[in-house]
Ligand binder design. Structure first.
Ligand code: SF4
Length: 291
């Protein structure tokens, strides 16, 4: 098991709800949120908040697991010294240059594994359609063709398509506290110059909305990991076109986004302007504005 996997298991053995309360008190933060949830702001601010709320405990698990794993990796604490998950709250936060150092050290192996997986999947999708014996098992199903991939549940389908179509860069998951929000960031790639985010969307109609979400997420990553540029790619399944947008990052946009998210966390209720989004929203049954 990897060091991060061990650290996640360690945190998950605790009462994460109680840990979350302690964490917020100790660190003086309003919420622990994944950057992917905050990036839903352009779609609907309430959905961004509800998604972050739904995932708040797991975001904390990632936050604390990464903090513990990096401290162990850097030799600042031993596994045996940390007796309970609450002890992690008092570990010192490594600096961004520590995170950069680890990113450099793990990048070669990470990229090697990702490239090998990509090669295998591409080979299966190219040749598997004609050969019964050539397939990979994903989510308990045999996958041989692109059609098999498209019939997978949305989240798993996205992961497989990302493994096949996304560009391969090193990356690392890390957290930052900005404006009272603890943000867990897990970019699809980090190079010395830019951060990278990959998304898929079903249709041309949905493409501009997905592009806005991908851009918001990339701006957040660029601000958190201090990169000058951001690069996004959106795969549109309707015509299988890969749309790319690479440009200069804008720190101001990321700060505005975080500020707006904080407003929603503090009780400002701003809903989407487009009602059709509510009809297909997973929070339709609980969203106080729609009820
Ligand atoms: S139901 Fe509508 S307003 Fe509520 S979170 Fe979903 S999209 Fe936003």
């Amino acid at each position: 098991m990897s060091l991060v996997g061990w650290a996640e298991d360690f945190v998950l053995r605790s009462d994460v709800g109680r840990l979350l309360e302690r964490f917020k008190e100790e660190r003086n933060v309003l919420m622990v949120a994944g950057a992917a949830s905050i990036a839903l702001m352009p779609w609907c601010p309430l959905r961004a908040y509800l998604k972050a709320l739904e995932k708040e405990q797991i975001s904390l698990v990632y936050y604390l697991a990464d903090l513990l794993a990096l401290n162990v990796y850097l030799g600042r604490v031993s596994r045996r010294e940390v007796r309970s998950a609450e002890d992690i709250l008092y570990l010192s936060e490594p600096s961004l240059s520590d995170v950069e150092r680890v990113l450099r050290e793990i990048s070669e192996e990470y990229v090697r594994v990702r490239r090998a997986r990509k090669k295998l999947l591409v080979s299966v999708l190219r040749n598997g359609g004609a050969r019964e014996d050539l397939y990979v098992v994903v989510n308990g199903r045999k996958v041989r063709t692109v059609q098999d991939v498209l019939s997978l549940p949305a989240r798993v389908r996205g992961e497989v398509l990302e493994a096949v179509f996304a560009e391969v860069y090193p990356t690392i998951r890390w957290h930052f506290v900005v404006n009272g929000i603890a943000i867990v960031g897990d970019p699809d790639g980090i190079t010395e110059r830019f951060v990278y985010e990959f998304k898929t969307t079903r249709s041309r109609f949905l493409f501009p909305y997905m592009r806005a979400i991908a851009l918001a997420q990339a701006e957040l990553y660029a601000r958190l990991f201090r990169r000058r540029e951001r690069r996004i790619q959106v795969l549109v399944l309707e015509d299988f076109k890969l749309e790319t947008d690479h440009g200069k990052a804008d720190r101001r946009k990321a700060d505005i986004l975080i500020g707006m998210f904080r407003d929603v966390v503090e009780g400002e209720r701003v809903r989407t302007a487009e009602r059709w989004k509510c009809r297909c929203c997973e929070y339709r049954g609980v969203c106080e504005i729609v009820l």
